[in-house]
Design a protein around this ligand. Structure first.
Ligand code: XUL
Length: 524
């Protein structure tokens, strides 16, 4: 009998499902529903509710509940052999929080297959909408919590990140101030990930230590609730939070609702869910120290696997738990494709012309440097946008193309140095990773081989593979993570780019000059 594992991904705009056949290394089913289209009655736009204040971004948690029925109904209808699924895990957009009243426990335990999930659970919310990661309305609470914890550096050292508006702790604090009565009625606070896991398992699910790290509430080293952070955030918060558990924890079996309604095996394991970024670490195959993924999208994101916990003293990067039980970092650079496109357009080039410009200019660009802050930058923090050029003439099209890419790669190198490990292997993903000239600069600046990965679904794939790994461990097999991801999270054949030692030496020097330019521009 095939050994099937199901991963689910509750993201901002959609709910996805993926079933993998572990032994044949095949994805046997993959589908997604888009909330706006499938569930228009919730009135979301791109999965979120419009608010007159653009800083406030919430979503209706009941929509996520209803989406689960929708996706299981589709899988059942498509004839997926749900009875052969041995374990289920999942991924949720990080930081978002769900507030439930004292009736939630009974409602989850008694899910009635004669009703829909939404009918079963519509009465459990003490807050009708959930603030999500796009919300940036908690600057005041961020300041308050950070001060109580002893400042930026101490907060990052304690919880893995300094306070960020979207993180769960500041969001909870804002709720206690805005609606104390509703907070008092709240018996359980969940993350999106643990909330969805609760429905699958039919009980209040624990929060996994991967996603728990995105709350400003977990002690990043002991992976337990941080008493000081809880106190600084809200009264009696500990009683409202579930346990923190390792990501590979079995919560129970799939609840009877799904067995009766969709033919799942009632003995299938229900596992803890984690955040989308920790899941993606598995989905892009980062399972050993030194492995890094760089996603070149609208923004560029640097994900790294970390064995030892290091935190960023400048508070720019985040540390989360990795599903392997280790750590991961996430560093987000706003001026990614956006900046590359702006330069390309200003030079009147297409992507072919942009690549030709990279080929026709030497590594190091004769010391011509750009700081490409077309938009306010997250890392390093630049609030006032503006492009800065050093020894670089704005009309020198070829040099500008090289300068923007070199700047991005040098910035990633500089602002990940706090991790204390240089990458030994990079997995490049995202739109611009199609461009081998850009990957060549990446390999040379980082002095390490770069492999191209084609993944649009790394979070849901990571969830399915986490389900497989936890099931195997539970059944007495202990496969290495490399074995679990092999054949699922592999690079595009023949895509490896080796660094050129000569170019790498040029960048070892240039990165210092770049850092000076950055210090000058940011006034730090
Ligand atoms: C990470 C973050 C986003 C969300 C998106 O810190 O805010 O990546 O997890 O789903």
């Amino acid at each position: 009998m095939a050994r099937l594992f199901l991963g689910l991904d509750s993201s901002t705009q959609s709910l996805s499902a993926m079933v993998v056949d572990y032994d044949s290394r095949e994805v046997v089913y993959e589908d997604s529903i888009v909330f706006d289209e499938a569930l228009p009655s919730y009135g979301t736009e791109n999965g979120v509710l419009r608010n007159p204040d653009p800083k406030i971004v919430h979503s209706p948690p009941l929509m996520w509940v209803e989406a689960l029925d929708f996706v299981f109904g589709k899988m059942h209808g498509a004839g997926v052999d749900l009875g052969s699924v041995l374990a289920i895990s999942g991924s949720g957009q990080q930081h978002g929080s769900v507030y439930m009243n004292a009736g939630a426990m009974d409602a989850l335990q008694g899910l009635d297959a004669g009703k829909t999930l939404a009918e079963n659970l519509s009465g459990v919310f003490s807050r009708k909408t959930s603030p999500i990661w796009m919300d940036s309305s908690t600057a005041e609470e961020c300041r308050e919590i950070m001060e109580a914890l002893g400042g930026l550096r101490a907060t990052a050292e304690a919880t893995g990140s300094t306070t960020f508006e979207r993180f769960t702790g500041p969001q909870i604090r804002k709720f206690t101030k805005a609606d104390r009565e509703a907070y008092e009625e709240t018996a359980h606070i969940a993350l999106v990930s643990s909330f969805m896991a609760s429905i699958i398992a039919g009980k209040i699910a624990p929060i996994d230590q991967g996603d728990g790290a995105g709350m400003n509430l977990m002690d990043i080293r002991s992976r337990t609730w941080h008493s000081g952070a809880l106190e600084a955030t809200a009264p009696d918060l500990r009683a409202r939070l579930p346990a923190l558990v390792p990501s590979a924890s079995v919560i129970g079996t799939v609840c009877a609702y799904f067995a009766e309604k969709y033919g799942l095996n009632g003995q299938a394991l229900a596992l803890a869910w984690s955040g989308d970024n920790p899941n993606s670490v598995i989905g892009v195959g980062l399972v050993k120290p030194g492995m890094v993924a760089i996603s070149l999208g609208t923004s560029d994101t640097y994900f790294g696997f970390m064995k030892e916990c290091h935190t960023d003293p400048k508070g720019e990067g985040h540390v989360f738990g990795a599903p392997t039980g280790d750590y991961m970092t996430l560093i987000c650079f706003k001026n990614g494709s956006l900046a590359r496109e702006k330069v390309r357009d200003a030079c009147g080039l297409g992507w072919d012309g942009f690549s030709a410009a990279l080929r026709s200019t030497p590594p190091g660009n004769h010391g011509k440097i750009m700081l490409p802050y077309f938009e306010p930058e997250i890392v390093p923090k630049v609030l006032e946008p503006g492009v800065r050029r050093f020894n670089l003439d704005e009309d020198d099209a070829d040099a500008n193309c090289r300068a923007v890419v070199e700047a991005q790669m040098m910035s990633m190198r500089l602002h990940s140095a706090w991790m204390g490990v240089r990458p030994s292997r990079i997995h490049a993903t995202g739109g611009a990773s199609q461009n081998p000239e850009i990957l060549r600069v990446m390999a040379d600046v980082q002095n390490c081989p770069v492999y191209r990965f084609e993944v649009s679904n790394s979070a849901v794939l990571g969830a399915a593979l986490r389900a497989a790994q936890a099931y195997l461990v539970e059944s007495g097999e202990s496969p290495a993570w490399e074995e679990v991801v092999a054949g699922f999270a592999d690079p595009v054949a023949g895509s490896m780019i080796e660094p050129d030692p000569e170019a790498a030496r040029v960048y070892d020097d240039l990165v210092e000059t770049y850092a000076e330019c950055e210090r000058e521009a940011t006034g730090r």
